[in-house]
Design a protein around this ligand. Structure first.
Ligand code: 5RP
Length: 266
């Protein structure tokens, strides 16, 4: 890895613990105005102080995040489908590497769809993006998207994560599952977890704690943060698990203490 690549990776994974709290707000790229992300700036701005990086599209970045922000950007560069498309795996690269450089992205990201109809296309998208990222020292985060018909188990997620790493992804995002340590062991680059659909705050904290215990290098979490009625408290509690080694109970206590602090974002 050259200096620029290492430096960008260190902006995402904090060098003191090699972990990260990435805030995912890219959902609109295929879901449109997702609940509680209808006005992106309103959702994003209050959370910025508590995140290590922000995952989003160039459209939301340019319109909804101040250019004076020094939060590292993980730029989603794939898309071309919508929630009502017949096949969500039919994604292409939507954003040039030059545009990623222009917005000063610390990393670029795309989804891969192992086992889906457009598996080949999505894997070639990844390989090409890695080639471009290598040219300019920009790391690539591969998102292992899971189709409705695919099991989110260690066997399938290991397959998807390992293929992503073999094609050169510098980090991988996947889902937490039983035997998650096997997914991490078989993947030679850092693995972070998505939060998935909104659950209770306590379930999301338990998921975070379990993932970190079983080798995750952090989270790339969206809905379980900003669809909560207490997004700042949630983000602080998740952060404490990731960076301060809080256990589940300690994170719940922190969350409950934070509820008493006035949330100003809504
Ligand atoms: C969508 C994504 C999301 O960013 C990812 O799923 C994380 O968000 P959430 O925690 O809401 O699942 O990559 O394809």
């Amino acid at each position: 890895m050259d200096w620029g690549m290492k430096n960008r990776m260190a902006r995402i994974f904090k060098p003191n613990d090699n972990r990260t709290v990435m805030l995912a707000v890219d959902h609109g790229y295929f879901l449109g105005p997702t609940e509680r992300l209808e006005i992106p700036s309103k959702t994003i701005e209050p959370l910025i102080p508590y995140a290590d990086s922000l995952m989003l599209t160039r459209g939301v970045l340019r319109t909804s995040v101040k250019s004076t922000s020094d939060l590292p950007i993980v730029l989603r560069v794939s898309g071309g489908v919508s929630i009502i498309s017949k096949d969500l795996s039919n994604e292409a690269i939507t954003t040039s590497i030059e545009d990623a450089i222009r917005v000063n992205a610390s990393a670029v990201t795309l989804s891969i769809f192992v086992g889906a109809e457009h598996e080949h296309q999505s894997l070639i998208n990844l390989a090409r993006l890695v080639n471009e990222g290598e040219r300019y020292g920009i790391p690539v985060l591969a998102v292992t998207a899971v189709g409705k018909e695919m099991a989110r188990d260690a066997r399938y997620l290991s397959l998807a994560c390992r293929i992503a790493a073999e094609l050169g992804a510098h980090m991988v995002k996947t889902y937490y599952c039983e035997n998650f340590e096997k997914v991490v062991e078989a993947c030679p680059v850092p693995v972070i977890i998505a939060g998935g659909k909104k659950t209770s705050e306590l379930d999301a904290l338990q998921l975070t704690y379990n993932a970190i215990q079983h080798g995750a290098s952090g989270v790339d979490m969206g809905r379980n943060i900003w669809q909560s009625d207490y997004p700042i408290a949630m983000l602080k509690a998740v952060r404490a698990i990731v960076h301060e080694n809080f256990n589940f109970k300690e994170s719940c206590d922190l969350f409950n203490r934070e509820l008493k602090v006035k949330e100003t974002e809504r």
